[in-house]
Design a protein around this ligand. Structure first.
Ligand code: PMP
Length: 357
């Protein structure tokens, strides 16, 4: 077409496959088990009623609340539009297009690679070991040339495992001074003793990503945090947009970090962890299940006989799970977010029906 503007688009964006988020994939469900959201809403009412003023770039009340929650200083925290924005800002601030590289370790969260592609930054893909899903330190060590950022997801999405603390510390030691290790702790509340927060004081090259989207049950408000040495936070503050966090988001997020709300969050985590164990036990009894991977998060990865048929059947019944078959090492695997007890029961009911056909 004569008026097309396609030729104006950057060449690396023209062929970019956008992230296939749960909402983009769609579906017509009433049981949503495909985005690792919390099935139980947290109920808050906004206190603020006027919106004519811009918000602070980094709302002090929210930074303070999160600092109290994680036991860090205010200047070690950046609040972002979800953890996703943290992933993006790090590449923006540290990686020169066509010069620098990032490392990521699939099967894992796709947004590390997608952000690097958008920024025209080289991606070094160093797969984890199959089935243990631990990082391949030797291979990473041999590929550090030009690398500025190494993204590690812990617990890993979609496999659900914890990455060995010893390995992360080793990685921090061998990269000290020339690369940053980013630990994505989006799901860490489900296995809180595995957090690397304590190590921030020992390793200036450690960065941690957090979110209110999972255990805090606030995916809808889009609020995340980057935790790091203040030098790194200062750099990120240079590239963040002027008003990234809306007034309403701050209002709700601060409420969610009160002592009482944190207690409720912790109880929610206990309930979901119990639901996960129940679901695993029930799945173990079903012959269509080939393998269930250990999970320390609010989702499980399951390998099925007839995985496509199961995915489709559940989809038609309004139970939406996530197909992982296309990912490295994950043939025939579906990722199932942990729902409420009744949602988990419905899922088991439907898989049982199929296993009898
Ligand atoms: N990291 C991981 C591992 C995730 O699974 C997600 C959400 N899908 C994110 C980060 C982004 O979370 P947020 O909603 O805070 O942007």
């Amino acid at each position: 077409m004569k008026d097309s503007i396609i030729h104006l688009v950057r060449s690396n964006i023209k062929n970019l496959q956008p992230y296939q988020s749960a909402r983009r994939i769609g579906g017509n469900g009433n049981i949503w088990l495909n985005a690792n959201e919390c099935p139980i809403p947290s109920l808050f009412t906004a206190n603020i009623t006027s919106f004519n003023r811009y918000p602070e770039c980094q709302p002090k009340s929210l930074i303070l609340s999160y600092a109290n929650y994680v036991g860090l200083l205010n200047d070690q925290i950046l609040v972002t539009r979800g953890a996703d924005e943290g992933i993006e800002l790090l590449i923006k601030a540290f990686c020169n297009p066509r010069e620098d590289a990032i490392i990521y370790c699939p099967p894992t969260y796709d947004m590390y690679a997608i952000n690097a592609k958008i920024a025209n930054v080289e991606i070094k893909e160093i797969p984890t070991f199959k089935n243990t899903w631990q990082i391949d330190l030797e291979n990473i060590q041999h590929n550090l040339n030009k690398v500025k950022l190494i993204y590690i997801c812990n617990p890993n999405n979609p496999t659900g495992n914890i990455i060995s603390k010893k390995d992360i510390i080793h990685l921090l030691k061998i990269t000290l001074g020339f690369a940053l290790v980013v630990i994505d702790e989006a799901y860490i509340e489900f296995s809180s003793k595995d957090s690397m927060v304590y190590f921030l004081k020992h390793y200036p090259n450690l960065i941690i990503l957090r979110t209110l989207s999972k255990a805090f049950a606030l995916a809808g408000i889009r609020c995340g945090f980057t935790l790091a040495h203040k030098e790194i936070i200062n750099v990120l503050n240079k590239v963040i947009s002027p008003y990234p966090i809306s007034t309403i988001v701050t209002d709700i997020a601060v409420q969610s970090l009160s002592t009482d709300a944190i207690k409720i969050m912790r109880n929610r985590v206990l309930t979901l962890n119990l639901n996960r164990n129940w679901l695993i036990n029930e799945l173990k009894k079903i012959s269509l299940v080939k393998k269930i991977y250990n999970s320390r998060a609010n989702y499980i990865l399951v390998k099925f006989h007839m995985f496509e048929k199961i995915f489709q059947h559940l989809w038609e019944k309004g139970i939406i799970v996530r197909n992982q078959h296309h990912k490295i090492y994950l043939k025939e695997c579906l990722r199932i977010s942990i729902g409420s007890y009744s949602e988990c029961s419905r899922l088991i009911e439907e898989i049982k029906i199929l296993s009898k056909i």
